[in-house]
Design a protein around this ligand. Structure first.
Ligand SMILES: C[S@@+](CC[C@H](N)C(=O)[O-])C[C@H]1O[C@@H](n2cnc3c(N)ncnc32)[C@H](O)[C@@H]1O
Length: 238
């Protein structure tokens, strides 16, 4: 996807994300959601490929999944919900994105996902769940929007929320990026955007430091020229 191109890496000069980062991101995704989705959904092969890697490891018993930054829920949330034994908690900062997700996934009259999908609007970092709530946490093209110090905090929370043996499937920027802003992402006037990341090696270190075992790691050139690290990692059994 057209995430940042060659980033201005300068790790000696820490980047301070704008104080109003989350409200700006929310406003942007509220404004650009239709354009973003129209652009990205046809490029879902990579998402679905990695989702299959996770699905193949989940049991046929009741499964509880948390999706961070679910966007408009198609195709990933939808695919999760196609498994009748799955309950999905899907979070997004953007009410606009969640309204689209609600329309697709919770139609009136009620469809098969009713009762198995909870939509939660807000900053993923502000979510709060009891320890060991989820069998899997999924974050596609979303954790990359947190300032990178928050990405580590997010990983710690994810580990706490996962059951022992639970899975994290997520992608991160493959290039080290203290922080990058764009004014008109996707040529949208209201498309202010922000990304950051620790790069492949840094992210893998952080993922291991928080106590996850990396089972799969792949660096993939996405559409446009952005590179992402995809990881599937597991919380150790007790
Ligand atoms: C690039 S889109 C990806 C959406 C979807 N996961 C997909 O694969 O198409 C990033 C999504 O993350 C959401 N997002 C950004 N920052 C967030 C945050 N701090 N907490 C929750 N969601 C966030 C945005 O609103 C947006 O819907």
């Amino acid at each position: 996807m057209a995430e940042p191109t060659a980033p201005p890496i300068d790790v000696d000069h820490p980047y301070d994300a704008p104080a109003d980062l989350k409200s700006r991101l929310k406003a942007s995704y509220d404004a650009i959601a239709p354009k973003y989705n129209e652009w990205t959904v046809p490029h879902s092969t990579t998402r679905l490929h990695y989702l299959e890697q996770l699905l193949g490891r989940l049991p046929s018993t009741p499964v509880s999944v948390l999706e961070l930054g679910c966007g408009q829920g198609v195709p990933v949330t939808q695919k999760l919900l196609s498994h009748p034994n799955f309950s999905v908690t899907a979070n997004d900062l953007s009410g606009g994105q969640l309204a689209l997700a609600r329309a697709s996934l919770l139609p009136d009259p009620p469809g098969p996902a009713h009762g198995r999908l909870t939509l939660l609007e807000g900053d993923m970092l502000a979510l709060d769940f009891p320890p060991a709530t989820f069998d899997a946490v999924v974050g596609m093209y979303s954790i990359i929007h947190l300032p990178r110090a928050e990405q580590v905090e997010m990983l710690r929370k994810i580990v706490a929320w996962l059951k022992p043996g639970g899975w994290l499937l997520a992608n991160f920027g493959a290039e080290e990026l203290a922080g990058k802003e764009a004014e008109n992402w996707l040529q949208e006037e209201k498309g202010w955007m922000f990304w950051s990341g620790w790069g492949t090696q840094g992210t893998l270190e952080k993922v291991k430091e928080v106590g996850l075992e990396v089972v799969m790691q792949e660096t993939v050139e996405d559409v446009a020229d952005a590179k992402f690290l995809w990881i599937l990692a597991r919380k150790r059994e007790l």
